[in-house]
Ligand binder design. Sequence first.
Ligand SMILES: *[C@@H]1O[C@H](CO)[C@@H](O)[C@H](O)[C@H]1NC(C)=O
Ligand SMILES: *[C@@H]1O[C@H](CO)[C@@H](O)[C@H](O)[C@H]1NC(C)=O
Ligand SMILES: *[C@@H]1O[C@H](CO)[C@@H](O)[C@H](O)[C@H]1NC(C)=O
Ligand SMILES: *[C@@H]1O[C@H](CO)[C@@H](O)[C@H](O)[C@H]1NC(C)=O
Ligand SMILES: CC(=O)N[C@H]1CO[C@H](CO)[C@@H](O)[C@@H]1O
Length: 663
Amino acid sequence: MLRLLSCSATLACILGDFNKPLRSCVGYRATCLAISNRALMLNDRIQSMSRLESSLAKAEDYLSKLPPDTSYSEFEYALQGMGFERGWGNNAERVLSMMRLLSDILQAPDPSTLEKFLGKIPMVFNVVILSVHGYFGQANVLGLPDTGGQVVYILDQVRSLENEMLLKLRQQGLDINPKILIVTRLIPDAKGTSCNQRLERVGGTEYAHILRVPFRNEKGILHKWISRFDIWPYLEAFTEDAASEIAAELQGVPDLIIGNYSDGNLVASLLSYKMGVTQCNIAHALEKTKYPDSDLYWKKYEEKYHFSCQFTADLLAMNNADFIITSTYQEIAGTKNTVGQYENHSAFTLPGLYRVVHGIDVFDPKFNIVSPGADMTIYFSYTEKEKRLTSLHSTLEKLLYDPEQNDDHVGNISDPSKPMIFSMARLDHVKNITGLVECYAKNTKLRELANLVLVAGYNDVNKSSDREEIAEIEKMHKLIKQYKLDGQMRWISAQTNRARNGELYRYIADGRGIFVQPAFYEAFGLTVVEAMTCGLPTFATCHGGPAEIIEDGVSGFHIDPYHPDKISAIIADFLVKCKEEPSYWVKISEGGLQRICERYTWKIYSERLMTLAGVYSFWKYVSKLERRETRRYLEMFYILKFRELVKSVPLAVDEEAHNVNSI
Ligand SMILES: *[C@@H]1O[C@H](CO)[C@@H](O)[C@H](O)[C@H]1NC(C)=O
Ligand SMILES: *[C@@H]1O[C@H](CO)[C@@H](O)[C@H](O)[C@H]1NC(C)=O
Ligand SMILES: *[C@@H]1O[C@H](CO)[C@@H](O)[C@H](O)[C@H]1NC(C)=O
Ligand SMILES: *[C@@H]1O[C@H](CO)[C@@H](O)[C@H](O)[C@H]1NC(C)=O
Ligand SMILES: CC(=O)N[C@H]1CO[C@H](CO)[C@@H](O)[C@@H]1O
């Protein structure tokens, strides 16, 4: 970002025509704030650059004589006389430091001061997050089609965003409350969930709601769920309906629109275009990179997946967005050996449809890495004794050691005094849990040093309906028999109790165990973050996100799933070293915790997101003219290409019953 906000742009803005740019960068809210009908930051007494400078000097002098914690209301009147309104801070110290920042910018603008300043002024009061497809609710939704981790992720994100927004507003000295709306599809056939309700408050928040808007076409409202690959024909009407619902809820326009996944990002683009609001994209997973040659052979996939629509929507959204956030750097530009998800869109051909020569520039300053964290109410260090859920320990011990046979586990552990090698994941081929078992099984030293505990999938083929999982289940049973692992290994089926899973990580840490994530590829690696947040030394794949999360040998270890012998050697070496020198375990554990504190928490995520929203809103304003051409081009691309492609996607039809009902 800051490469773009070069000093010349900064100067042009700040030293330019006072009334326009400065008012809009600094007091941008001052003229247009509808929320409280009250000016923010600057009032009419300041009408020129020189007046601003002299007022700042006067105010700084006045404030520096007050005790730092003097509250704003005590000097509000005095500042008003000098031309200042609320928004600078809630006490003398904060106001003074903000004013000094602005003075610095006026005298010698530099990008990092400007970013700091923009991150602190009141710019974001209302946020809209779009997650259109699937069942978005707070209960009974996980596992329904197209509905998974993203729901938990967004709910965690929203809780932390609300805290951050509230904190910021209070620090700015404003008693305005933030509003956050998660906008999703209303599904009348809600399958026992709340997805048929229009508005639902997000638990654990005060100002965040889920707002649901139905899909409709000329024939009326669509009642049933449809796959994320089939939703394209509904999005334009959805956008229009959502715009008016959002306006009604917020009594105005949002300050920031965040889209997630292709559909959310497309709707976010349309809304932001319509409302002139700053747009942030989160792609999470761009489908194009998941299917081999899905561009060249798009026709082959078209009937089932309608990729022509999806890839076009992705291009539109990534180019319209004011900024894009990703969890890792690899998502943007890949590594030495792999192509990044965005990089994959820089040039490609859909034969017979169009050719992209400049889809996206992966070095565009709109890209930012902002990684999510683990929910800190559930995942926290094993050393935080007073927060530990010790009451769960007897259940956990049963889960781990109970020799009685039951459906929940396979195998038992005869020597609980040994540390545990622990892993928890879906039982997919790509997670390669069976690879870990094999690697443990073949290494006698490892088997002497530690037990193996896995929480993954089902342990009974008859319970699974997923072909891949069935193959993995069969392989697990085979390995356990072949290598006679009973006595040293416990395979527990997937556990849904999040709080108890958090305590399980810590329980394993109590016994000086480790966490291993052996996947062939992992986009980000939330379990890696969770394990590290609990203080477990973590060994994770070097393919994908974990390679960025862990610094090898400092905050954990990298392992290469394609070299299983090396994996066992690395783990065995670590365990031997810890046996000889117990402080080594603590050192790696603390290294992991420190890494998390510095980079992977929701608190950092929200702070960063708010700062970026400020910086890019400012940038959107100053570069408005430059971007006009891009916008026109995108508009044309949307109308001429996207709308045509969408016509080829069949509309869904509800079953008879609804047609009768709706007559
Ligand atoms: C976005 O949506 C995708 C797909 O539904 C999901 O997997 C992902 O976790 C979501 N990410 C965010 C940041 O909400
Ligand atoms: C994009 O990813 C797909 C799937 O991995 C691959 O087949 C294709 O060659 C990639 N295209 C580019 C331009 O990197
Ligand atoms: C271990 O568990 C198996 C069933 O998974 C059971 O048959 C066996 O008796 C148990 N062994 C011990 C030593 O408890
Ligand atoms: C699964 O079902 C088959 C056939 O119904 C049965 O023979 C088999 O024993 C079952 N497997 C398990 C592990 O229960
Ligand atoms: C199913 C599969 O391909 N498993 C692999 C998992 O990783 C190990 C090495 O850790 C390989 O040996 C397996 O073939």
